[in-house]
Write a protein that binds this ligand. Structure first.
Ligand code: FRU
Length: 499
């Protein structure tokens, strides 16, 4: 039986969604049905479709008591909304159904595991937030909260660990078919740790180990962990809060950290190898991954930064969008990301230029648009006489543009959305150190009305940024200080019209 709170949310979203036209949203990036969206939740393949749940406050375009929104897709790009799945309607989650994940049970039902948040009055008029892990089981549309919730609480965590910061369970299967989950937590030193729990049936859980400890190296609290095996290695993703920059890594305050290492299921200990940022742009946080039926590890993140939420006014009917789904691989101790291959089915009207000289400013016929997949290869005209700077501007008209500029001298690629129509003193630029191979740099730029995602050198690095530039600004222009030669392959992106 659904609660009054959930019924109200479902009714509200059904009416409000009608106020938002198709053109006011991105085409193939998921946005909230109405109101506010943050983290991806319960990203899974279930009953022949991909399911994406999300942190959701339907009633306003700002963060509020968390519900779970819900959408499904067959190709990870064209999403269809389903009714909200969870609402904060029980004593243990009355202040929010925070992030979590999903898995299919042997009886064909889908299990959701999420964090229930409850504010408790502590002595002297203070309020303490308690976070505990909860379960709901359903059929892909309607979910029933488990009668013995919460299934993991303060009794189950190491002594001295925080019960206020204990959240975001990501569930998975162990090699022997039993279940595990990883959960973000804060030990007594105030930084972050990931706890590893195991279960025979998905309902009864035991603490097994502290999987990984931050020891105040990468920010503080570690949110939204995800652990998986990929290309013979193990990958631990987590989104630390309050990071300090390290060289050109971790400039986002709250960003996503990737640790590549090894993991022993028996001990439940993750052995760290190397670390890197997952995204080098401005907006990317709290990603989740799934394994597709054909064996690809695909990741989607929230394409937003907590510190720049003010980029859009709360009067807009929706806020927050997901990133492109990205296929992951590990090569040479690095996490690579590529736009999911399904995107290629959306490519239309190819325009191609080979070996064009750019020296000064240049616009090319047919190269424009706001829903675009564009591959660029940039090389010096004369390797003996390198250029100083190359830039490409997009979402451009006489007053707006967002740019990517590359200075080979420093090997720095910069994204700049200062002129994207933003009226706020938020972060607009990010610099990242990239590599060239024989002087050549490869960029794949994906635009979808309100965002830009840049895949550098076949996914060695990615830069993502939300841009709310007016849609009429759709020019793309190139410029070079010095002389470069470029190859450009550009497609418009759109869904095939339904027959
Ligand atoms: C990360 C996060 C999670 C939490 C959720 C609340 O963005 O803070 O840790 O579960 O958002 O909406």
């Amino acid at each position: 039986m659904s609660s009054q709170t959930l019924r109200e949310a479902r009714k509200y979203e059904e009416t409000s969604e009608k106020m938002i036209t198709k053109e006011e949203r991105p085409d193939f990036h998921l946005t909230p049905r109405t109101g506010w969206m943050n983290d991806p939740n319960g990203f899974s393949w279930y009953q022949g479709r991909y399911h994406m749940f999300y942190q959701y406050y339907p009633y306003e375009s700002k963060w509020g008591p968390m519900h779970w929104g819900h959408a499904v897709s067959r190709d990870l790009l064209c999403w269809e909304y389903l009714p909200a799945a969870l609402a904060p309607d029980e004593f243990y989650d009355k202040d929010g159904c925070f992030s979590g994940s999903a898995i299919e049970l042997p009886d064909g039902k889908q299990l959701l595991m999420y964090t229930g948040v409850m504010k408790k009055h502590s002595g002297y008029g203070g309020v303490q937030e308690v976070q505990a892990q909860c379960i709901a089981v359903g059929d892909g549309v309607d979910y029933e909260k488990y009668e013995n919730n919460p299934v993991l609480d303060e009794k189950d965590i190491p002594k001295g660990s925080s019960t206020t910061d204990f959240r975001d369970p990501k569930i998975g299967k162990r090699k022997d078919g039993t279940y595990f989950c990883v959960v973000g937590n804060r030990p007594a030193d105030g930084s972050g740790q990931i706890l590893y729990f195991v279960s025979e049936d998905g309902f009864h859980w035991q603490f097994k180990s502290i999987l990984a400890s931050n020891r105040n190296r990468f920010g503080k609290m570690w949110e939204c962990p995800d652990l998986f095996e990929l290309d013979g290695r193990w990958v631990l993703l987590t989104s630390p809060q309050d990071m300090l920059p390290k060289g050109y890594e971790y400039h986002n305050g709250n960003g996503t950290l990737c640790l590549i290492g090894d993991f022993d299921e028996e001990t439940g200990i993750f052995k760290e190898g190397c670390d890197q940022a997952v995204d080098y742009g401005i907006d990317f946080y709290a990603p989740q991954t799934l394994l597709t039926p054909d064996g690809r590890r695909v990741m989607i993140g929230w394409m937003q930064n907590w510190d720049s939420c003010g980029i859009r006014s709360c009067d807009e009917p929706w806020f927050g969008q997901m990133s492109l789904p990205r296929e992951l691989s590990v090569r040479d101790n690095r996490l690579y990301q590529a736009p999911v291959r399904e995107l290629e089915q959306m490519r239309r009207d190819k325009v191609e230029y080979r070996d064009v000289k750019v020296s000064g400013a240049l616009q090319l016929e047919g190269i424009e648009g706001r829903q675009v997949d564009m591959e660029l290869t940039i090389r010096p005209e004369d390797p003996e006489n390198p250029y100083r700077k190359f830039s490409v501007r997009f979402a451009q008209d006489e007053s707006c543009h967002t740019s990517l500029s590359f200075r080979p001298g420093e090997s720095i690629l910069k994204i700049d959305r200062k002129f994207s129509g933003s009226r706020r003193a938020i972060i607009h630029q990010r610099r990242s150190q990239v590599k060239t191979v024989d002087g050549e740099l490869k960029l794949r730029i994906i635009l979808d009305r309100f965002s830009a995602e840049v895949f550098v050198n076949d996914g060695q690095q990615v830069l993502s940024a939300a841009i709310y530039t007016k849609q009429e600004a759709k020019e793309i222009a190139f410029a070079a200080d010095g002389a470069v030669r470029i190859d450009v392959v550009k497609y418009d992106l759109s869904f095939r019209p339904e027959k």
